[in-house]
Design a protein around this ligand. Structure first.
Ligand code: HEM
Length: 420
């Protein structure tokens, strides 16, 4: 199985022409935290699919929105989302697999990439505030729309024509608007009106859309479609990043277990094993090959590197996260037993500074930046259920890479379940 980290030739990437490339861990951290740099990614779609959404903003308006959204991810809410939407939906999806055709040895073959989408869409919909996903047809439609919108959101990193990908994303957005967004918004408006009339807002859904609709400080003041954009960006951010991370996690773990079969028992016996393993896999997983920032004044980094006002920098988290002086001599390898003392175990996987991922506690299980928690995040909860169902990589059919982007992601990973 080929799970080696790729380092494509970025000099061929048109959107990186004239941009300063930064690969050093400490330099990336400093740029992310510095007030002298502003977010400047999403160049192809900043005025369309991504217009005015949280991740493209800076300044006070950005911070106000972030502070409001952070309320969705306290420990209690994370546990509720996990127990209410992730575990039962994953279990339900496994039950559906159990009813499928079996091989001669009793195992059932499944494509992991598509299967993960079925497990994650519901928790994403619950976080974003999207209803109407109960039937399998509706779930499939939502997943298809979210994937097409997601492709449009990450068009900056496409190898193919980014403009055409954005247009397809816009078509999917229109389907999403009609089928899911408009009814979900109307339902919330009714609930909010009723709650206001009663003078008691405590029973309202606790999701992104309700939070934005009840916000009174003007953070989401804007054009009519702003809430639509924030909702689908949230839906994409809460599913597609995790789906990619989960696929990579399973591939790395299976590769490790092939070489270290004695560790397989730790999955069931040591709750910390999968958590630490997930953090180390996240360290090696990118949600985007690089993150863009632009300097708003002349800056000299602690390393001595001078950056001029107006200069664009692209931050590369994989070289940074595999730096030996931070993560040890085997930093390029996945090691579920890694103890990187004094480091954030997933490195820059969730970014840093004001744009650091708001959904990180949901993924890692808690707010702790050291990963000290007794709760499972989305990656580990799902993986535990997969292994309890006897997940194994299908050695006879290799994973298929997606060649359309500068991301290292998979289109298809054949696996089998042996204990369903
Ligand atoms: C493995 C899973 C995930 C990874 C690796 C990841 C990674 C990231 C990264 C690197 C950023 C910073 C982007 C930048 O600085 O330009 C980010 C931002 C963001 N993430 Fe995540 N993310 C994940 C899951 C989630 C989830 C589950 C949610 C929501 C439930 C979410 C919502 C967001 C949002 C809204 C932002 C924008 C924050 C801002 O600009 O202030 N992410 N994420």
């Amino acid at each position: 199985m080929d799970i080696i980290l790729e380092s494509p030739d970025y000099s061929k990437v048109p959107t990186l022409a004239g941009v300063t490339l930064i690969e050093d861990y400490d330099e990336c951290a400093e740029v992310l935290r510095s007030k002298a740099f502003l977010q400047s990614g999403y160049r192809i779609n900043k005025e369309t699919l991504m217009k005015d959404v949280l991740i493209t903003l800076d300044g006070e308006r950005h911070m106000k929105r972030r502070r409001a959204l952070a309320r969705l991810f306290d420990d209690h809410k994370i546990a509720f989302l996990r127990e209410q939407y992730l575990v039962p939906v994953t279990q339900h999806s496994l039950n559906e697999v159990a009813a499928m055709k079996r091989e001669a040895d009793g195992s059932i073959e499944v494509d992991l990439v598509a299967f993960i989408q079925r497990c994650l869409f519901r928790i994403g919909a619950a976080v974003a505030g999207v209803d109407g996903t109960e039937t399998p047809e509706a779930a499939d439609a939502l997943i298809r729309q979210v994937i097409a919108i997601s492709d449009g959101l990450v068009a900056d990193w496409a190898r193919d024509d980014g403009g055409a990908i954005v247009r397809k994303g816009e078509e999917a957005r229109e389907e999403f608007r009609t089928q899911f967004y408009n009814p979900s918004r109307a339902r919330r408006q009714k609930l909010i009106d009723e709650a206001r009339a009663k003078g008691d807002m405590s029973g309202l859904p606790q999701d992104g859309m309700t939070l934005m609709m009840t916000n009174t400080d003007g953070s989401w003041a804007g054009d009519e479609d702003l809430l639509l954009r924030e909702t689908y960006v949230f839906m994409v951010a809460s599913t597609q990043t995790t789906a990619n991370a989960l696929t990579w996690f399973i591939l790395r773990l299976e590769d490790w277990l092939k070489k270290h079969p004695e560790d397989r028992r730790l999955i069931a016996e040591d709750p910390e094993f999968l958590r630490r393993a997930a953090y180390d896999s996240l360290r090696l997983t990118i949600t985007a090959p690089w993150r863009m920032r632009t300097a708003i004044e002349d800056v000299t980094l602690a390393s001595g590197r001078a950056i001029k006002k107006g200069e664009d920098v692209a931050l590369f988290f994989i070289p940074a996260n595999t730096q030996e002086d931070h993560f040890g001599a085997d930093a390029k390898d996945f090691n579920p037993h890694r103890k990187a003392e004094g480091q954030v175990p997933w490195g820059h996987a969730f970014g840093g500074g004001v744009h650091m991922c708001v959904g990180r506690p949901l993924v890692t299980g808690s707010r702790s930046l050291q990963g000290t928690t007794t709760a499972d995040g989305t990656l580990v909860s799902t993986t535990r259920l997969f292994y309890a169902a006897g997940l194994e990589i299908d050695a006879s059919s290799p994973p298929v890479r997606d060649s359309g982007t500068w991301f290292t992601i998979y289109k298809s990973v054949p696996v089998r379940f042996t204990k369903l």
